[in-house]
Write a protein that binds this ligand. Structure first.
Ligand SMILES: O=P(O)(O)OC[C@H]1O[C@](O)(COP(=O)(O)O)[C@@H](O)[C@@H]1O
Length: 404
């Protein structure tokens, strides 16, 4: 009785047209004992309440359905009220990231993902940057055309472009971005991500030649970020953002095409029990880092429990897990980029109560001197980061240029 009742009752979903009011005939009482009748009545009552809650109309301003606010509602006047210009820019960024999500998940990208393009024989470009894969280029183009059509961006500075690109003189914002981080994982469907940071255009530089003002606007210190975020392309597509007050994550609802608020005001645990690093590099590490990892592995660190290791080798994925579960994510060699990777992620982790460091200094306080500047990167829970940095010698100076 109970299971056929469940099977025959259509459960509304947001794709279905509005359905007529649900009517549940009371279960027949003729063939059941009194206690069974009571139990069935309770089940059907609970079920009725559950189903009507599924059919509940979203609150005003919650068009994501299910009572969740969408990203644009959150950023708008009834929410964080980030201003019209930033809201328009955000609408274009989220649109670009939905397109990238579709491209990385497409069955037709495998050929693209496999080929390298350009660069030197050692897989690097003439400027020492890694050779981009075709999907890096496609993602870069998607971001660029969205930023340009927003009309709100003066400069885009991307991992995939040798120099920052001047877009429009009166764009109020500067966007720094790694359009597709972790693209080396694309052939095997491991998560990837987009990272971005948003600054105000420095109007005091408007009189300078275009190349010069594009460069200087892009090299602002992380403390001046207006907003920063990442989009994780994984089992779910998650857009995590901070406008300088809290860090919030929105998950793409594929049935509505909206990012809906799923993780408001994320607080990274003060201490986690996970470290994330490529530990095949153990023998190239300095003593301090080895000692730290040896200690936490054995439960001999400040926290008397043995840590676990997790390493996806995709910065956005490793960072997202660390933000939610706590612990530390690190790349101790000079590999990740200050401007469009370390700064945005440090901004996010700080606004969630954690810390971002190069092993010696706070990331956000480092003045960038060039667009593709690399550095060691450590991000995570406050207590874990304090413990890690207390080892002093944690930056890996030997960087042989690993093959994989
Ligand atoms: O090779 P390592 O030191 O493990 O570095 C892996 C890191 O490099 C990255 O792949 C970024 O490098 P790329 O921008 O060259 O892809 C991160 O996603 C990842 O966390």
């Amino acid at each position: 009785m109970q299971s056929s009742f469940l099977l025959s009752t259509p459960i509304p979903n947001s794709n279905s047209p509005p359905s007529p009011p649900l009517h549940f005939p009371p279960p027949s009482t003729r063939t059941f004992s009194f206690p069974t009748r009571i139990a069935l009545f309770a089940v059907s009552g609970r079920m009725r309440r559950h189903l009507s809650s599924l059919r509940a109309k979203p609150e005003i301003g919650t068009s994501g359905g299910g009572g969740h606010r969408t990203l644009l509602e959150y950023a708008g006047k009834g929410g964080a009220d980030v201003g019209d210009d930033l809201a328009v820019l955000l609408a274009h960024i989220q649109h670009a990231c939905k397109r990238i999500a579709a491209v990385v998940a497409s069955p037709f990208n495998s050929e693209l993902g496999r080929q390298g393009s350009g660069g030197g024989g050692d897989g690097s470009s003439s400027s020492g940057r890694d050779a981009p894969k075709p999907l890096d280029i496609v993602s870069n183009d998607i971001i660029f055309s969205s930023l340009r059509s927003s009309g709100k961006v003066a400069v885009m500075a991307s991992e995939e472009d040798e120099v920052p690109i001047w877009i429009t003189d009166d764009g109020p914002f500067i966007v720094v971005t790694d359009p597709l981080d972790g693209s080396r994982n694309i052939d095997v469907s491991i998560p990837t991500g987009t990272i971005f940071g948003i600054y105000n255009r420095l109007v005091e530089l408007d009189h300078l030649p275009v190349e010069e003002k594009a460069q200087l606007n892009s090299l602002q210190s992380g403390t001046r970020l207006v907003a920063a975020g990442y989009v994780l392309y994984s089992s779910a597509t998650v857009l995590c953002i901070s406008f300088g007050s809290g860090t919030h994550a929105f998950t793409l609802d594929h049935s509505t095409g909206e990012f809906v608020l799923t993780h408001p005001s994320i607080q990274i645990p003060r201490r986690g029990q996970i470290y994330s690093v490529n530990d095949a590099r153990y023998f190239d590490w300095p003593d301090g880092l080895r000692q730290y990892i040896d200690a936490v592995r054995q439960g001999k660190g400040q926290f008397p429990k043995k840590y676990s290791a997790r390493y996806v080798c995709s910065l956005v994925a490793d960072f997202h897990r660390t933000l939610i579960y706590g612990g530390v994510v690190m790349n101790p060699r000079d590999h990740l980029r200050l401007v469009y990777e370390a700064n945005p992620l440090s901004f996010l982790v700080e606004h969630a109560g954690g810390r971002g460091s190069d092993g010696k200094s706070r990331i956000l306080s480092i003045q960038p001197v060039e667009l593709h500047q690399r550095l060691p990167l450590f991000l995570g829970s406050l207590e874990d980061m304090q413990e890690l940095e207390s080892y002093d010698n944690i930056q890996q100076k030997i960087n042989p240029g690993y093959e994989v």
